[in-house]
Design a protein around this ligand. Structure first.
Ligand SMILES: NC(=O)C1=CN([C@@H]2O[C@H](COP(=O)(O)OP(=O)(O)OC[C@H]3O[C@@H](n4cnc5c(N)ncnc54)[C@H](OP(=O)(O)O)[C@@H]3O)[C@@H](O)[C@H]2O)[C@@H](O)CC1
Ligand SMILES: [K+]
Length: 497
């Protein structure tokens, strides 16, 4: 698991540790870790042209001390100080090691400046413009330097985080650095895991500077293969279909039969003891045509709610089900059940119209909105606000509705009251296709029926859904049905033999 803490928490932890250590210890540790990553990225350090973009704070100090270490190993290091201040100790160290400074370009003629030529000709660019002290998009001259770095061929290594991304949210509100690698110190920062920040960070490398014992619980978690492998329910010798979990699914309709086929397929391929499908005649026929192993029943038109399955371990309800009064009555009945429920798509819209449906419920519940659907649950909040501040809005909805929220999108985030939020690292634009969310709902439903909590099921489901898209992708576009066969392969990929 990777853990991320907010800037406030990092500052407090840093204060506690610095009080017990000689001055400059943490920066030296950070710089040593940074220099080691830089050296690994260069074919050889000796003779390599390294350009440091140096802001006025300690982020620039880290870059300068790391530059000094690289210069001692024979690299030709140039520092471009941006702004009116520069870290004096770092600058002296760099100069003492044979590094040089190049004046930052003014706003005029930036492309013709000596710094521009150095950046264009570099083998490696180190972004030490701003770190956790940064606020908002980059100002001049930092923004111009970030643009030059973006246009250069050399890889860019960001110090602590890419300059210009919000450390706590991942929001990018103006010019920002796009890094190939980010070397982060002490703990990860939430903005490194949440888009658009995550997309600017590239590969994230962590350097331990001894902050761990000072840190409280994280703001955000980012699972890795081993975390998912440890959570997944595995069938044992004693497993039978009832012990592995019976999942009831009230999804799809005559109009949206595909939603039923896709969600049921997701559940079956994730591994579930039994799917009990309930729906209209057309949807049942379509489901059985694709998945004969399903126990399916046609809802009695005279008493649709009364004919829903009973004695099940968990429910998935909503996708392609419609917004009509029968769908609302069905949702109310499902939410009355003491079993875990995943409410998706139309069910979320119905909850938005009648929040009492969820607020009255105490049994485990997971909702899986995209930003537009979440906006319906948070009146007065625009979809764009949600996309820019995914963590905050998912957490707010989880608190207001007292349930687990999986907010789908470029970075899928999961929030549950009383727990750190989770950012899923396997997301991919490949998943932005019709029906992909239905498959996800089925996969998570299977995990709920298998006994995972809503948070665990959401974390594992989102991770494997993303991994399945990557496994299925062989260069061509993929569609939601391609995910089915890839799910078992994604599970196998978790634990390399
Ligand atoms: N915490 C730890 O444990 C450790 C932390 N360490 C390191 O310290 C870093 C934090 O250093 P920090 O506090 O000095 O702030 P930092 O990120 O350099 O930024 C401040 C400067 O940026 C400027 N600036 C701000 N916004 C801007 C913008 N939009 N556009 C342009 N400029 C902008 C701001 O200017 P001002 O607004 O003051 O004019 C000021 O000059 C941290 O990320 C890590 O690398 C390590 O050494 C190891 C231990
Ligand atoms: K930086």
């Amino acid at each position: 698991m990777r853990y991320a803490h907010t800037v406030d928490t990092v500052r407090k932890a840093e204060g506690g540790l610095m009080a017990r250590l000689p001055d400059g210890t943490l920066m030296r540790r950070a710089a040593a870790g940074l220099a080691a990553v830089c050296a690994r990225m260069l074919p050889r350090t000796y003779g390599a042209r390294v350009v440091l973009l140096v802001g006025g704070g300690d982020n620039g100090g880290d870059a300068l001390y790391a530059g000094a270490l690289l210069a001692r190993r024979g690299a030709a290091v140039r520092a471009v100080p941006a702004g009116s201040r520069v870290h004096e100790g770092g600058l002296a160290a760099l100069r003492g090691a044979g590094g040089r400074t190049v004046p930052a370009p003014g706003a005029q003629g930036i492309a013709d400046s000596p710094a521009a030529a150095d950046i264009a000709g570099a083998d490696l660019i180190v972004d030490g413009l701003v770190g956790i002290g940064g606020r908002g998009g980059l100002r001049a001259p930092h923004a111009g330097l970030a643009a030059l770095a973006g246009a250069a061929e050399a890889p860019v290594v960001a110090v602590d985080l890419p300059s210009g991304i919000d450390p706590d949210t991942g929001a990018v509100t103006g010019p920002a650095v796009r890094a190939d690698v980010t070397v982060t110190f002490g703990t990860h920062k939430p903005g490194l895991f949440v888009d658009p920040g995550a997309a600017h960070a590239g590969v994230v490398e962590y350097v331990d500077i001894g902050l761990g014992p000072e840190l409280p619980g994280p703001r955000l978690e980012c699972p890795q293969h081993a975390d998912i492998a440890a959570l997944l329910p595995r069938p044992t010798a004693e497993s039978d279909k009832y012990r592995r979990g019976v999942l009831a699914m009230a999804v799809g309709s005559d109009r949206y039969r595909g939603a039923a086929v896709l969600a049921v397929g997701g559940a079956l391929r994730m591994g579930v003891g039994m799917v009990r499908y309930a729906g209209s005649q057309g949807a049942v026929a379509e489901v059985l045509h694709h998945w004969p192993e399903v126990v399916a029943s046609v809802l009695d038109p005279m008493d649709p709610v009364g004919s829903l399955p009973r004695r099940v371990a968990a429910w998935v309800v909503g996708s392609g089900r419609g917004l009509h009064p029968v769908a609302a009555a069905e949702l109310e009945t499902v939410l009355d059940s003491p079993r875990p429920v995943l409410a998706d798509a139309d069910a979320i819209t119905l909850i938005g119209k009648d929040p009492r449906l969820l607020r009255d419920r105490s049994a485990p519940t997971l909702i899986t909105p995209h930003a537009g659907e979440l906006a319906r649950l948070l009146p007065g909040t625009e979809r764009e606000d949600i996309e820019a501040h995914r963590l905050d809005h998912a957490a707010r909805a989880a608190d207001e509705y007292g349930c687990t929220v999986l907010l789908k999108g470029s970075t899928t985030v999961i929030a549950e009251p009383g727990h750190p939020a989770v950012a899923n690292p396997t997301g991919s634009p490949l998943l932005a296709t019709a029906g992909s969310g239905d498959v996800l709902a089925g996969m998570i439903g299977a995990l709920l029926a298998g006994g995972l909590t809503p948070r665990e099921a959401a974390v594992c489901g989102a991770y494997l859904h993303g991994l399945a898209a990557r496994v299925a992708h062989d260069g061509a576009a993929i569609s939601a049905s391609d995910l089915f066969d890839a799910v078992p392969r994604a599970v196998a990929a978790l634990s390399p033999r």
